[in-house]
Design a protein around this ligand. Structure first.
Ligand SMILES: [Zn+2]
Ligand SMILES: [Zn+2]
Ligand SMILES: [Zn+2]
Ligand SMILES: [Zn+2]
Ligand SMILES: [Zn+2]
Length: 324
């Protein structure tokens, strides 16, 4: 929330006749004044001296300021010039931003009223409109996707394989190894994800279903199936895939962790992808995780991330069982 710095002041000017026998001196040219003169700030001036040298001019149009003016950074403006040319404009309606206004993560400033009129993109937080996002879409499951995020959205199979090998390489570089080779990935809408996950959180964008086959009390096979919400921008899709593959890692090692430690650990996969992606969007998504108030995806993540920063991957992977 910002407030534009507009101050309206009044210049005090007085016209006065010269008083007999007390001819004042002009504070500009230092010569005595005959006839009418002007006073400003307790000093006297010839009318011409005042107008040509003392009277303030508008920084925008260069013309004299008479009466009300606005001031910004010690510069003076006609109120009209200030409103129309100096005040920042709303990126949505192009009207000056007077009074309270918002600036989003992406540096777009707009009137607060627009945020109640326009839907927000579910992945980048921008208000969806032609001016900011080149439009956008309602996905039909309660989510909105803006035109910018839509450019890289993952809704078909063609990106799954390349994303999968990229994410696996990244995880392996930190010791998350020996993941099963063929893990099916299915794109679903948010409604389906809610049905699949026994405990659903808004911070959730994927779910991994684990199955274990036992015979005579012995595990004979394990398999996992990853579900990810469709239409995520590629960067976020990869981050969610990394998170879900971390679940597979835990499952393969029979690590049954408390929810905050489990989700916090799996979010390190997302963190890896965001830190590996040099884009403003990746920074935005990482910030989102860092600020999340979710007990598992937010607090849990920060706890495990701090532990990782202090002790490193090797220690973390070896002691996952003992974290409290
Ligand atoms: Zn003078
Ligand atoms: Zn002006
Ligand atoms: Zn506006
Ligand atoms: Zn977006
Ligand atoms: Zn998870």
């Amino acid at each position: 929330m910002h407030r534009s710095n507009l101050t309206i002041l009044l210049i005090s000017l007085w016209f006065a006749g010269s008083i007999l026998g007390m001819e004042p001196k002009c504070s500009y040219c230092n010569k005595s004044i005959e006839g009418n003169y002007l006073t400003a700030d307790g000093k006297s001036y010839h009318e011409n001296c005042y107008r040509d040298h003392i009277q303030p001019r508008c920084e925008h149009c260069g013309k004299l300021i008479d009466g009300k003016y606005a001031i910004l950074d010690d510069k003076m403006y006609h109120p009209q010039c200030y409103t129309n040319h100096i005040l920042p404009k709303c990126v949505i309606c192009d009207q000056p931003l007077q009074g309270k206004y918002y600036t989003d993560y992406w540096g777009n400033s707009f009137h607060g009223s627009h945020s109640s009129e326009l839907p927000e993109c579910s992945t980048c937080g921008r208000l969806i409109c032609e001016e900011l996002t080149r439009g956008g879409f309602e996905l039909g499951d309660g989510r909105f996707l803006c035109g910018i995020c839509n450019e890289t959205e993952v809704s078909g199979d063609f990106l799954l394989e390349s994303s999968s090998s990229y994410v696996r390489r990244l995880l392996e570089s930190n010791g998350i190894t020996n993941l099963p080779v063929d893990i099916p990935i299915t794109l679903v809408d948010q409604e389906r994800l809610k049905q699949l996950a026994s405990s659903y959180s808004d911070a959730m964008h994927g779910f991994t279903d684990h199955n274990m086959q036992t015979r005579n009390g012995r595990v004979v096979s394990k398999d996992s199936h990853i579900y990810i919400v469709s239409h995520l921008p590629l960067t976020m899709f990869r981050a969610i895939l990394a998170h879900e593959l971390m679940h597979v890692y835990l499952f393969e090692r029979d690590l049954d962790l408390r929810s905050d430690i489990r989700e916090g650990f799996c979010n390190l996969g997302s963190e890896m992808v965001y830190k590996d992606t040099p884009s403003e969007y990746a920074k935005f998504r990482l910030l989102n995780m860092e600020k999340s108030q979710d007990p598992d995806y937010g607090y849990g993540y920060r706890k495990i991330s701090q532990l990782l920063d202090r002790r490193g991957w090797r220690y973390l992977l070896e002691t996952l069982n003992e974290i409290d």
